[in-house]
Every structure is written in C-alpha cells, then in structure tokens.
Write a protein that binds this ligand. Structure first.
Ligand SMILES: [Zn+2]
Ligand SMILES: [Zn+2]
Length: 246
C-alpha cells in the first residue's frame, strides 16, 4: 500500500524544507560566475567552462596539449624542478585554470558556496581515465590556518562525494605540519616548502594504489611532495586528480 505524505514527512523534514524555502526567498542562489539567480552555477556558465580534453592532454602529467610531446614533463622541465621523473604515475585535471574556473574554486573554498562541491566533484569524476584502477582516494589536507578560516576541509568534502559516486573509499592519509602558505612563495621556494610538507598519519594502512585529490595544480610542487611521500611508504601506483591546472 502507498504511504501517504503525512506518514512519511516528519516534523524535522518539514521544518528543514520550510526553512530552506525561506532562505531561498530571502537570499536566492546566484551563479558564482555571472550572478544569475537560480543555482550556484548556471547552465550557460557551466557550458562555457574551459574543460580540458582528455584525448589531447598528456597522459602522464595531464597538461592540456601534451599527448604527443609534452612541454611540462619532459626531462629538461623535470630537471628544472629538481626531479628525474614524475613521482606519480598519471595525472588528470578537469579544467584549465582561468578567471572562470578560478571564480568557481574560490566561490567554493572562500565564499561559502559549499554546494559547488557537487559540481566540482562531478567534473573531476568525469575526467578520470577509465583505465585508472586504484584502491582508495586520498586528499591534500587544508592547512590548519585555512581550516580555521573556512571551517571545513574543501578537498575532504569533494573526496566524500567522489567516494559516494564511485564506491571507492576515501582515506585521510596525510598529516600536514605547519608551514608557509604556498600562494606567497616563488616556484623554488614552493618546491622546498612542499618537500617537507607531508607525513602519513600514524597507524594508517597504506593501500597498494591511491588517487590523490587536490584543487589546483600550479607548479606541481605540492602534488609531487605528496606523491613522493606515498611512494616512499610503499604505495605502488599513485594517480593525481585535480579540479584545475595552470
Ligand atoms: Zn552563470
Ligand atoms: Zn606531460
């Protein structure tokens, strides 16, 4: 027999729905990019985001046009970054970093539009290579200052959505000692700063293969340090998945 609405709707659900409707009428959702009312990212702005094409991107480092010859992960470029090879097996990013993708990420991280995490997680999930097989997701944890400022860990939240979508578990593997904010540093300083940035949580069981999640690849120093940390702990395969890359 069909249950009536009166039987399935609890007072708590009703109050939540009514307060949601009230909030929506007082502060309607607006697109983080163009400001149009209706949703946190309108269809038009989503359509015009600068998505990277998996079939022209470098299969190793994920740079936009590196399929045949990559300017980002050849031996000369790696040498300049004090690397002999990439410390991860493959990387992919959903978007090229631009004013619009930057607005999307800042809107999510710093302007309180946490609903954008569902969009970002979907973009990241869609750009994952079908041949990637791994045991767990993990994420670059927010620094203590960022966590205090925002009140949530932005990549952990996206990771939870990806865990739910893919049924691949999300593990919190990294511990991040206090260190300078990467955004204020030069490329060389970033590499040095990131190199000592990560340790693994005590007592964590390290999976055989891991996919690291982060918001933006800028110089690649943070991701390289995190991947090196996992490889040194015995992880066989490390993938990197980010929302955007510079
Ligand atoms: Zn819009
Ligand atoms: Zn490359």
């Amino acid at each position: 027999m069909k249950k009536s609405i009166a039987h399935t709707t609890t007072p708590a659900v009703l109050i939540s729905a009514l307060s949601g409707a009230l909030l929506e009428s007082l502060w309607p959702k607006r697109c983080i990019i163009c400001g149009e009312e209706g949703s946190v990212l309108c269809e038009c702005c989503e359509h015009h985001l600068d998505f990277l094409d998996r079939w022209s991107a470098c299969p190793r480092c994920g740079s936009a046009y590196g399929l045949r010859w990559c300017t980002e992960c050849n031996s000369y470029t790696l040498h300049k970054r004090n690397l002999t090879e990439l410390p991860y097996d493959a990387a992919a990013s959903a978007l090229r970093f631009s004013s619009t993708s930057g607005a999307l990420i800042r809107g999510y991280k710093d302007k309180g539009e946490q609903e954008l995490s569902d969009y970002i997680a979907r973009f990241m999930y869609q750009c994952m290579h079908p041949e990637w097989h791994f045991d767990a997701f993990t994420y670059i944890p927010a620094s203590k200052n960022a966590l205090k400022r925002r009140g949530f860990d932005h990549m952990q939240r996206i990771g939870k959505t990806l865990e739910h979508t893919s049924s691949i578990p999300l593990l919190s593997l990294f511990e991040r000692p206090k260190h300078a904010d990467q955004r204020t540093l030069s490329q060389t300083e970033r590499s040095l700063n990131a190199a000592c940035a990560f340790t693994l949580h005590d007592h964590c069981t390290v999976p055989r293969s891991v996919c690291i999640l982060d918001d933006v690849i800028t110089t690649g120093a943070t991701i390289a340090a995190a991947a090196q940390c996992l490889k040194q702990a015995g992880v066989g395969t490390v993938y990197v998945l980010t929302c955007a890359r510079v």
